[in-house]
Each structure stands twice: as C-alpha cells, then as structure tokens.
Design a protein around this ligand. Structure first.
Ligand SMILES: [Zn+2]
Length: 82
C-alpha cells in the first residue's frame, strides 16, 4: 500500500495485475456512475490518510466523476489510549 506507486494519470485505468501483491481484499472495480448512467470501471485514488485507515475516492474511469469513497482500514486496529 504505497501511494507513491500510484502514478496513473487521469484517464489511465490501471489493472490490479501489476507486481503489487497487496491487493487481496475486496476491491470494487465497477460502480454506478450517475453521469454515464451505467456502471463503469473505477479508478481508486488515495484522498487522505486517517487514523482509522486510508480514505480512497473512486473515480469513474470514463468521465472521471467521483462515484464514491471508501476507507481502507488498516490491518492493525489503532488503539487510542486516552
Ligand atoms: Zn462516468
């Protein structure tokens, strides 16, 4: 999970089959796009790193509309000691 590996420019859809073996969890590859009015392949973009996980935004690969966000929780639960 290295954001620096993400070099995809707008419009390029990167398949998950590159040498990065970390993607074994479920990942949405198609979401309904309100602009295209159909489900379309999406691109995942790291928005922000939160204490509870990395927040990603899904962009329609066709028109680059934002179609959803998701928080990837880290494998280790963060324990907050108050
Ligand atoms: Zn679209």
């Amino acid at each position: 999970m290295n954001p620096k590996n993400y070099t995809g420019p707008l419009g390029a859809y990167t398949p998950q089959t590159r040498g990065n073996g970390m993607f074994k969890e479920f990942d949405a590859t198609e979401l309904y796009c309100p602009k295209c009015k159909r489900s379309a392949p999406v691109r995942k973009r790291l928005l922000i790193v939160l204490p509870e996980g990395d927040k990603y935004e899904y962009l329609c690969a066709v028109c680059s509309e934002s179609v959803g966000t998701k928080i990837d929780r880290q494998t280790k639960p963060v324990t907050v000691i108050v």
